[in-house]
Design a protein around this ligand. Structure first.
Ligand SMILES: Cc1cc2nc3c(=O)[nH]c(=O)nc-3n(C[C@H](O)[C@H](O)[C@H](O)COP(=O)(O)O)c2cc1C
Length: 237
């Protein structure tokens, strides 16, 4: 039976583990508030308890370090948005943020996330259905988190294509009036007629279009750097 009860915790036999963790957390907080290093100073503790608490604290600190703080979620049909999401994640990491990248459809829980970047391509004037489902499914939690949004769309780096894609995206986002993103951006996309799947593979005008990859990696990195700053400000509020 441990003999350390720094916050007056008296563990019973059944909930010993729970109480011990609580005690360790409180002790850790207390020592930090006093400006002390928890792993070096444990006043009024007996040796056996110290080693148990040190183990728990060590585990907890590892958990804190491993908790991802920003989720980069994406939807994709042909892979180009996934590559953009990964590039954005790299830039965010370069700005000191903990990042996890996941397909939007696989995200189940949000514990530990302090912000979300959601990206998806436009298809036939609509945002990818998995991005829309992501917003609808996780509405409650997303409404309280800072979010940044991007879409891939234009086949070419042309102003009219960008204007049209932005209109398409804005129309989609307007269906989620609770959504107040800190940043919204459209990037040019990638197109390969040889990879078109049914039903697009039957559409002659699409099949005859030349392959293109107009993704502007510099613009993508610059946008991600701005998002990193915006999310850091929100995190510190
Ligand atoms: C069949 C098809 C329809 C598309 N429709 C649109 C569209 O309506 N608006 C737009 O801006 N881009 C459109 N695009 C361009 C895609 O958004 C772009 O190719 C994007 O990079 C694809 O992303 P993915 O590789 O992650 O699936 C379309 C592309 C294809 C192949």
């Amino acid at each position: 039976m441990p003999s350390v009860y720094p916050v007056g915790v008296r563990p019973g036999k059944k909930d010993l583990g729970k109480n011990l963790i609580r005690a360790a957390i409180d002790l850790d907080d207390h020592l930090r508030k006093c400006g002390k290093n928890p792993s070096k100073s444990f006043p009024n503790c007996e040796r056996v308890s110290i080693s148990i608490i040190l183990t728990i604290l060590d585990r907890r600190q590892k958990e804190v370090r491993m908790t991802p703080s920003i989720l980069v979620a994406y939807a994709t049909s042909y892979g180009s948005t996934q590559e953009v999401a990964q590039s954005i994640a790299e830039t965010l990491r370069g700005h000191g943020l903990e990042i996890e990248v996941q397909p939007a459809k696989k995200v189940k829980a949000f514990s530990g996330y302090r912000g979300v970047v959601l990206g998806a391509p436009l298809y036939m004037f609509r945002w990818h259905p998995e991005a829309r489902q992501f917003l609808a499914r996780h509405r409650t939690v997303l409404a309280s988190l800072p979010m940044a949004i991007f879409a891939l769309g234009p086949f070419h780096n042309k102003e009219d294509e960008f204007r049209s894609a932005r209109e398409q995206l804005d129309k989609e986002l307007a269906k989620f009036p609770w959504l107040k993103p800190t940043a919204v951006e459209v990037f040019a996309g990638k197109f390969d007629p040889d990879k078109l799947r049914f039903p697009y593979s039957l559409m002659d005008p699409l099949r005859k279009m030349p392959a293109s990859d107009e993704r502007d990696w510099e613009a993508i990195r610059a946008w991600a750097a701005g998002v990193a700053d915006a999310l850091k400000v929100k995190e510190s509020l």
